[in-house]
Design a protein around this ligand. Structure first.
Ligand code: TMP
Ligand code: ASP
Length: 235
């Protein structure tokens, strides 16, 4: 498959057309941003880690019946994916309260949430990814009720599978963000599943093993990403 022109460059990935209409080429970058792009930096080989971790997670999810955009790994930084049209809604699942949930509502950091919380936010750097509900999503024509119902159901299933998978690696899945796309008239899981998009706490030491190390300058950023890759590849 030939890589053709670049279609899009986001904060963490570039997307290219290929000579096959329904397949895109995704290249993962080392660039790291936080707080709506206000904090910028790079994490050495983050692109490699996120590409390989995403590939593994997408394969596991596929085996468990969750259709997703992953097709195959090309090399350390590149994968082929199905050419989806991304729904401009980020779906966040929270098992444990931390991050913006604590900042926004003042709940105690680290408490188990019962029930598990689902949030939607508008995928817009310009407006700072604001929280939204199902009425905004429908009124702004971002997704239909039927599409949103699929996204919600899949998000909770993904949570169950990822929680179990990361638990085997001595990691607690605290929260994560996923995105969906339209493909052949269906809604399928897309984007990435990585330490950039999941909060992972070491079960033994409670250490932050994800992008929070970069967001909050906790140190050992590169080594932590490498450790996640090592654990994930042991699966
Ligand atoms: P938050 O607590 O900052 O809202 O983050 C919730 C989860 O979503 C966390 O796992 C990190 C992930 N996330 C992204 O993947 N992209 C983003 O732009 C933000 C703000 C969070
Ligand atoms: N990726 C987001 C940004 O660049 C935020 C984050 O992950 O914290 O702002």
């Amino acid at each position: 498959m030939r890589k053709l022109e670049q279609l899009y460059e986001g904060k963490a990935k570039k997307v290219f057309r290929t000579d096959e209409e329904k397949i895109y080429f995704v290249e993962y970058k080392d660039d790291a941003t936080a707080f709506d792009g206000k904090k910028k930096g790079t994490i050495d080989d983050k692109g490699v880690v996120n590409n390989r971790v995403s590939a593994k997670m997408f394969n596991i999810l596929k085996e468990k019946g969750i259709e997703n955009h992953f097709v195959e790994l090309i090399d350390d930084r590149k994968m082929l994916v199905k050419a989806v049209e991304i729904v401009q809604v980020e779906v966040i699942i929270r098992n444990i309260a931390t991050g913006s949930m604590v900042r926004r509502y003042g709940v105690e950091d680290g408490i188990l949430l019962d029930p598990t919380v689902i949030e939607y936010s508008y995928k817009s750097d310009e407006y700072g990814d604001p929280l939204m509900n199902s009425y905004h999503i429908k009124a702004m024509n971002l997704a239909t009720d039927e599409e949103l119902a699929v996204m919600k159901e899949v998000a909770f299933k993904v949570n169950d599978i990822l929680k179990e998978t990361f638990a085997k690696l001595d990691l607690t899945l605290v929260d994560f963000k996923i995105e969906f796309g339209r493909y052949d008239g269906r809604i399928i899981l897309a984007d990435e599943i990585s330490p950039d998009t999941c909060r992972l706490w070491d079960k033994k030491t409670n250490e932050r093993m994800d992008k929070d190390r970069f967001r909050h300058d906790l140190g050992n950023v590169k080594a932590t990403y490498q450790e996640i890759l090592k654990r994930v590849e042991s699966l």
